[in-house]
Design a protein around this ligand. Structure first.
Ligand SMILES: [Zn+2]
Length: 326
């Protein structure tokens, strides 16, 4: 039985899986991404999480056929390097992550970008497997995306799929990327937090930051947003409504251009809010759709939090969908 590994490296957490050749998860583990230090520390933490997943699968990491990694930042798959991963500690230049991790775990490591990995997993094994074409939308700290047709991701010249940076309002709010009016400037978790903070400073009552303190967190996580909405928090509701309006406009624009069969919604917030979020997105898209008599199906990413790690592991299989690589 050939076993392989996959690691999804995120800004707050890292997820590792060990899968068999039927794509069944034999072991999994999750860890916190170090907030301090440098890339080598991140690589060591990744190795530890993978070892834990391998332990659950009762295999030595060195016996894995290979390990695939989904990483943020600029990924060079051929060189096995990651450059300028802004959400990871001290990651300013280029780091040879494949080699560092391969040395630690004594097996071959390949790297792809995180959004691509999660999308490939949904295309082959998840919510997109029966769709001839779909747009993936990852609603999290930022808003990532991809377009898949016939199992292949459209790459463009390397930067395709940046759905978070479609314009929903000309000269609108400043996006974390520096430009104005992008969807992510309204719908990204980071932008939502800034908006909530401003409203709180203006004197609007909210439980958001109290919940953050109680949970000992340093940011408004998906779980905190969910809890605040359950409390009927007005600020949370306003900010989330604004995010949905932006997502509706931005995703509908992409649908008008590409006419896909479906939209697959993932990401920390997308997975957390689940089916109601898919329904709400569908609703918010409707007034903007050109061909509104036949809207695309909107589905929640089926592989959930494991999608990124499973997708990364596909990188090292022969069963990889045609689109797999950076
Ligand atoms: Zn932007």
């Amino acid at each position: 039985m050939a076993l392989r590994g996959g690691i999804d490296l995120g800004g707050t957490k890292m997820q590792a899986v060990v899968l068999d050749d039927q794509h069944q998860v034999r072991g999994q583990a999750r860890g916190q991404t170090p907030l301090q230090g440098e890339p080598a520390d991140v690589a060591r933490a990744m190795a530890a999480v993978l070892r834990e997943a391998a332990g659950e699968a009762q295999v030595d990491p060195a016996e894995l056929t290979a390990i695939g990694v989904g990483s943020p930042g600029q990924v060079d798959s051929a060189a096995g390097t990651v450059t300028n991963a802004a959400n990871l500690p001290g990651w300013r230049g280029t780091f040879p992550l494949a080699q560092a991790l391969g040395d630690e775990l004594r097996t071959t490591v390949r790297i792809t970008n995180d959004v691509g990995a999660a999308t490939d997993a949904e295309a082959l094994l998840g919510a997109g497997h029966d769709l001839a074409s779909f747009i993936a939308v990852y609603w999290g700290t930022g808003v990532g995306g991809a377009f898949v047709q016939g199992g292949r991701r459209w790459r463009g010249r390397g930067f395709a799929g940046e759905i978070g940076h479609v314009i929903v309002k000309a000269d609108g709010a400043r996006c974390p990327c520096g430009k104005r009016g992008h969807m992510e400037a309204y719908a990204g978790r980071r932008a939502m937090e800034e908006r909530a903070r401003r409203l709180a400073e203006e004197g609007h009552h909210t439980v958001l930051f109290k919940l953050m303190e109680q949970k000992g967190r340093d940011r408004l996580t998906s779980g905190i947003w969910e809890k605040a909405l359950e409390h009927g928090d007005e600020v949370a509701k306003e900010v989330v409504d604004r995010a949905y309006r932006a997502l509706g406009a931005g995703v509908a624009s992409a649908v008008n251009f590409l006419d896909p069969e479906g939209v697959v919604l993932g990401g920390g917030l997308g997975i957390r809010f689940g089916e109601p979020a898919a329904e709400r997105l569908s609703e918010e898209m409707r007034p903007h759709l050109f061909a509104d008599q036949r809207p695309p199906a909107v589905r929640v990413a089926r592989l959930g939090d494991l999608g990124g790690a499973i997708g990364a592991s596909l990188l090292v299989t022969q069963a990889a969908p045609a689109g797999v690589s950076a």
